[in-house]
Design a binder for this molecule. Sequence first.
Ligand code: ADP
Ligand code: MG
Length: 342
Amino acid sequence: MAIIQVLDHATIDKIAAGEVVERPASIAKELVENAIDAGAKAITVEIKEGGISFLRVTDNGGGIPKDQVEIAFLRHATSKIRQESDLDFIETLGFRGEALASIAAVSMVEMVTKVADDLTGTRYVIEGGVPAEKEEIGAPEGTTIIVRNVFYNVPARKKFLKKPMTEGAYISDMMEHMAMSHAEISFRFIVNNQVKFSTPGNGNLKEVIYRIYGKEFSDNMKDIRFSVPSLGMDVTGYIGTPGLNRSNRNHQLFYINQRFIRSNLFSKALEEGYRNYMMQHRFPVCVLHIFFTPGQVDVNVHPTKMEVRISNGEAVYSAFAAQSAGCLSEREMIPKVILTEE
Ligand code: ADP
Ligand code: MG
């Protein structure tokens, strides 16, 4: 008979890492989320070779105290929740305590971090889940993480990575989504030593949209704002004029409590609002921030999938459809047809 055994930690970590780390973009996303959760006001992401050989995230957030750096890399180690009941009131992007452990399990990681109260920082190196170096080092306040050689120890996974161009494009999309999720944070994205975009971090979402999608796009975005107190829902952001449509839904950006999500519910509701203004197979664009009071949405669905569960789905749908239609019917949205005399 086959013997049943509990797997060793290294194996468990590698298996579990597969859930969180699918590609360099998932690593970048987790690290940027950590930087946001750490209260950073400026975040720089730099990649080479699509993030496969080199990915660096620098933030000026709170940093990690010396004696906790190693703990941060343990699975299920988090500073963000303490107990089960906290799951209903998550206000941070992370809470599972899995990202650093997973990333370190499948790559070579170097972290330099310093908290405000300390004079010096810590440099910590962990490769394939195995701690390699730890030393005191001079450093600015905040955290820098360098991830090298993603999946170097998981050849089966590495084989499925796409070309650096494509992996880089995934990171680029993620960075754009992140920048628009937090207009109050200054983001900078560097690809092969070239700055792709940077945002001012002054809280002006329209300006972020302009920096990322350009003038024509941002000029055709109209602000929308409404609340539905009975649903505990507040919405603010921008929707495109009907002329600014797309052949797919890639430019329909929804954020719930500043977390980027994909949602059929919101997409369909938005499109319902545009029904009278748009041709078939064309899709409206939007950058919408939806704020729910705690308890109305469940973000604890899947570690990486950008799905959420929303209570009162139907009421949310109707409110969205009605409000976007209402916003569009305001005069200036619809190009006027001027009839000239013959
Ligand atoms: P989670 O984000 O779910 O808590 P992670 O594995 O991503 O789990 O991170 C573990 C812990 O390490 C975090 O809870 C946080 O305390 C700390 N940490 C990670 N990244 C940073 C960072 N950039 N700045 C400050 N602390 C961080
Ligand atoms: Mg995290």
